[in-house]
Ligand binder design. Structure first.
Ligand code: OOB
Length: 563
């Protein structure tokens, strides 16, 4: 069963990846039962007071799979999932894996603008949301998104106050009946391992978010091999503070690898340092993953810290740029040993290794996890540059898909005809293959790990009557690294301030992290000799200290909520 819009790997490579043991040809739902049989009553998942053993996890996932089937979901369906870190999220992903239903993993800050687009793109037949999250009514949002999809698109809610007429996910978790019989029924209709397991959101593309179909085969390898590289084992206790809807916390190596090797995953709703440190002490956490902005906060908090964080062996940092100086500060200030991670939803994962010398950990973002990860560093004509020189990173491999889902035009630009993914990152590769991220060619803003397409924000700004011309560039941000700066040429006779921009984004249901935090009003946009907007010049202007920040910005910038 293939979904229209899915771009498969070439057949000869698929055979090779199977032969080499990368692709295990077993759907994740079957592997879940292997884990349950191997680790039985060990605790697999912790979410506040909720603790699920491996057996409970498998039985609950099976129960939910049949519950979802009762609502009409079938193998080959796609659903939109927007949930915070909670045990139901993991059970839902596993239940979907059992059924062959693929969840599109939206992030909690996404709003109508993003969710409607994702729901249409993946033609989803259900939307799963929390009742409320951080004071926001997600049920109404989910209903609006489902209504846009038309009749038959259901709303499923996780929470204590599910509105009448909507489906309470917990009522689908009925575990009465014989688990063995249920398991056999689900086994008999299980998806194949080369089918889509889930969809991740791309951080690095033009326009509205693209989605990346990850198969059971490739994503299981993504997590398993990451776990091997990071020394995961039965004694691993992984703390998820970043959203598990993101590849870093979900499977790089994250929650999935912890479950694969008999370890334990502890879910936290936010990366707030004091709560996380308390959880590390309580659960004897051994590994966690952070974006640099959160890591810096942790390092500051650690100085004054009281809880015992001595169980933490590895503190992974990735998702946005980290200079060698900052890395040294983190190495000194974080609990656990620093490990750098340079990854992407599109596949390729690089890690510094736990036994690498300090110098490698401080100055590089590590090397790929698989000998069959192909890496090319090229100039603008796609000609390879010598080792040690910066160039554009292209990649192919056993867990790097060959195209975005249902985006043929974009794929023609983002992939070469022979399947190399143009990452949009500029890297330097040293003699042993370690990569250092030097910059990027893709036009996005990396706001503390949250990726924002400049194109998408420009389009939203262009819709304002006050705006004649616009360009969006990153503006340096003390804590997050970058934030969104809108450079605007006004329509004659009109005025515009930041508060109006922010209000209009809010009204149109745009995720708040995409809303410009700096507005630069210009009489004309600078041009390159060929007449294109000179973004390099604009970035320079935005970087200069005297950026005219508009007074009276009413809405506070979004709090530090990575991704
Ligand atoms: C992770 O995944 P995405 O899909 O949100 O973003 C990928 C992009 C990369 O192409 C690169 O531009 C940037 O984020 N990035 C880094 C980085 N790690 C990611 N830039 C500089 N230094 C790093 N260490 O961000 C992601 C996925 C899995 C694991 C870790 C991160």
């Amino acid at each position: 069963m293939t979904r229209t819009g899915f771009v498969p790997w070439p057949e000869h490579l698929a055979r090779e990846y199977v032969a080499k043991g990368y692709w295990r040809q077993r759907p994740l739902g079957a592997l879940m039962w292997d884990w349950a049989e191997a680790y039985e009553d060990r605790v697999a998942l912790v979410d506040g007071p909720h603790r699920l053993t491996y057996r409970e996890l498998a039985e609950t996932a099976d129960a939910l799979a049949e519950g979802l089937a009762r609502t009409g979901l079938r193998r080959g369906d796609n659903i939109l999932v927007q949930l915070p870190n909670c045990w139901e999220f993991i059970v839902l992903v596993l239940a979907c894996a059992r059924l062959g239903v693929a969840p599109v993993l939206a992030l909690p800050p996404h709003r109508e603008h993003e969710l409607t687009h994702l729901a249409r793109l993946a033609r989803v037949t259900a939307v799963v949301a929390p009742d409320r999250w951080r004071g926001f009514d997600h049920q109404t949002l989910a209903e609006d998104v489902a209504r846009d999809r038309g009749d038959g698109c259901r709303v499923l809610v996780v929470g204590d106050t599910v509105r009448p007429g909507l489906t309470d996910v917990r009522t689908l978790l009925d575990r009465t009946g014989d688990p063995a019989a249920r398991r056999r029924r689900l086994d008999s209709s299980a998806p194949a391992a080369d089918e889509v397991l889930l969809f991740l959101l791309s951080g690095g593309t033009t326009g509205l978010p693209k989605i990346i179909a990850r198969t059971h085969n490739d994503y299981e390898y993504n997590a398993r091999r990451s776990g091997e590289v990071c020394g995961y084992g039965e004694d691993t206790v992984y703390l998820a503070v970043l959203p598990v809807a993101h590849n870093f916390a979900l499977a790089s190596p994250g929650v999935l690898a912890a479950l694969m090797c008999g370890g334990r995953a502890v879910l936290m709703p936010s990366p707030q340092a004091a709560a996380a440190f308390a959880a590390i002490e309580r659960e004897r956490v051994t590994v966690t993953s952070l974006v640099p902005a959160v890591a810096r906060r942790w390092a500051q908090a650690a100085v004054a810290g009281r809880p015992d964080t001595s169980s933490l062996r590895i503190c992974q940092v990735g998702g946005s740029v980290l200079s060698a100086t900052e890395a040294a500060e983190l190495m000194a200030g974080l609990p656990g040993r620093l490990q750098q991670v340079f990854g992407m939803a599109e596949g390729l994962l690089n890690y510094t290794r736990p036994d690498d010398p300090d110098d490698t950990v401080l100055t590089t973002q590590g090397r790929p996890i698989c000998v069959d990860d192909e890496v090319l560093v090229v100039d603008e004509k796609d000609v390879p540059v010598p080792a040690g020189r910066p160039g554009r990173l292209l990649t192919r491999g056993p867990y790097t898909p060959r195209g975005y889902f249902a985006a043929p035009e974009h794929n023609a630009r983002a992939f070469t005809p022979d399947g190399w993914y143009r990452t949009g990152d500029v890297v330097r590769r040293d003699a042993v293959g370690n990569l250092t991220v030097e910059g990027r060619t893709k036009d996005l803003i990396n706001r503390g790990g949250e990726k924002i397409s400049a194109d998408e924000v420009e389009e939203l700004l262009r819709a304002l009557p006050q705006v004649a011309e616009v360009a969006v560039v990153p503006s340096p941000h003390r804590e997050l690294g970058e934030s969104v700066c809108a450079c605007v040429v006004l329509t004659a006779g009109r005025t515009l301030d930041l508060s109006e921009v922010r209000r209009s984004f809010h009204e149109r249901g745009v995720a708040s992290f995409k809303t410009p935090e700096v507005l630069m009003l210009l009489t004309a946009l600078p041009r390159t000799p060929v007449g294109k907007t000179d973004k390099k010049e604009l970035r320079k202007l935005a970087g200069e200290a005297h950026v005219p920040r508009q007074p009276a910005a009413p809405a506070q910038p979004a709090p530090l909520q990575p991704f």
